[in-house]
Design a protein around this ligand. Structure first.
Ligand code: NIG
Length: 397
């Protein structure tokens, strides 16, 4: 086995509080040793290694875990965004616009578009990405999107119940029956999670319960789009069903906060969607103070959040949601891992996948403190340097 040492790390964020250095387990002057794609040691002293990467005193973080995206789609909805900024509200129905554009695109076109977004995310420091279907809205259409998603990630989610398609207008229950009886059997082998959009204009609690229960029966782990545009039953349903996460959580009652805090369901906050839809930001402070596990994700999609930038999401969480920088970085790494029920990512320590982000900065604080500018100098995935910024990798900082 070849040992790779990543050395001259000025500040290493391990996300392991046991490492000392506060909630992020931030260790100064560190070296990380990698073998076979995994971290084998984190230390402060020089180590024996076959290969070395000198990061010149930069700050290194675990790669971001983006636990909520809709990466496979065609077309854009810039006009809808502009109209919204001029006062029109966001509605679930816009999903149908993207479903039509996606149906019209070839596999190769979708593959090219999604791969470009995956590269964009990596350049922003994302090393694990969850990808949902949900713009197919038929058995063949959803299976196609899951197959394409599976080319990019193991973290795939069946979201057949994203919106009721035109052909089922006024017959939501019939569509749910189709999702359960014909889409799910075809899609379950291609997915790890099952999800639904619990919202006025999409699906009600009974319909979501039917989809998630059937998905669980087919071996999938439930997740739910909950309480995005108004208060509703989604969060409590997600908790009742033992979901890995309740996503959005923008409008929460105290009972919702308590339910999340007393559960293993992660509250996945998607503030870039609230930004782009002019919603209030989710009550992160209430969730954290109550003891809930919080994740931050990009929600990359053409309707409500057309960004892959986890740094932007962290900046919003810190500036607008009163999360400390440490809480936001944890939510974007270990928090995302928890939302995907993974313990081998989102942290840097023995046994973890060697997914590392090298910042062109001395501290993790710069992720929020330098908003809107490229700050990622390099990205390793499973110990392989997958991205090296041509300017930032070699510059001083
Ligand atoms: O997570 N809320 C539902 N789904 C996406 C939006 C999808 C769209 O508008 O195309 C979301 O915000």
């Amino acid at each position: 086995v070849t040992a790779l040492a990543i050395e001259k790390i000025g500040l290493l964020v391990t996300c392991d509080p046991a490492a000392g250095g506060g909630p992020l387990g931030a260790v100064p002057d560190a070296t990380v040793v990698v073998e076979d794609g995994a971290v084998v040691a984190v230390g402060r002293s020089p180590v024996v290694a076959d290969e070395r990467v000198d990061v010149g005193g930069r700050c290194v973080l675990p790669g971001f875990v983006d636990s909520h995206t809709h990466l496979v789609f065609a077309g854009d909805r810039a006009d809808e965004f502009a109209a919204r900024m001029a006062g029109r509200p966001y509605e679930a129905g816009g999903i149908r616009t993207t479903a039509a554009a996606t149906a019209a695109a070839s596999d190769d076109e979708l593959r090219r578009l999604a791969a470009a977004r995956r590269v964009e995310a990596r350049r922003g420091g994302t090393t694990t990405i969850e990808v949902k279907s949900g713009y197919g809205l038929s058995a063949a259409g959803e299976a196609r999107l899951l197959r394409l998603a599976g080319e990019l990630t193991a973290e795939t989610t069946f979201l057949g119940a994203h919106v009721v398609p035109e052909s089922f207008a006024g017959r939501a229950d019939d569509y749910v029956e189709l999702v359960v009886s014909s889409m799910l059997p075809m899609c379950a082998p291609l997915a790890r999670f099952v999800d639904a959009f619990c919202e006025e204009g999409a699906f009600d609690a009974d319909q979501c319960r039917a989809v998630l229960s059937a998905g669980t029966g087919a071996g999938l782990v439930p997740k739910l789009h909950a309480n995005q545009l108004r208060p509703g039953p989604g969060v409590q349903l997600a908790v009742d069903l033992g979901s890995a996460s309740a996503d959005h959580c923008t409008h929460l009652t105290d009972a919702d906060v308590d339910a999340l805090a007393g559960s293993g369901t992660v509250a996945t906050l998607l503030p870039a969607a609230d930004f782009s839809t002019r919603q209030p930001y989710p009550p992160a402070r209430r969730l954290l103070d109550a003891g809930a596990t919080v994740a931050l994700a990009s929600n990359c999609n053409p309707g409500s959040s057309n960004t892959t930038s986890m740094a932007f999401v962290i900046a919003l969480a810190v500036r607008e949601m009163a999360m400390t920088v440490e809480e936001a970085v944890r939510a974007a790494t270990v928090g995302g891992a928890a939302a995907l029920r993974r313990t081998d990512i989102g942290r840097i320590g023995p046994g973890a996948r060697a997914d590392l982000v090298v910042l062109d900065a001395p501290s993790y604080t710069h992720v929020a403190y330098r908003p809107g500018v490229p700050i990622v100098a390099g990205v390793l995935e499973a110990g392989v340097l997958r991205y090296r910024d041509p300017v930032l990798w070699s510059s001083g900082h």
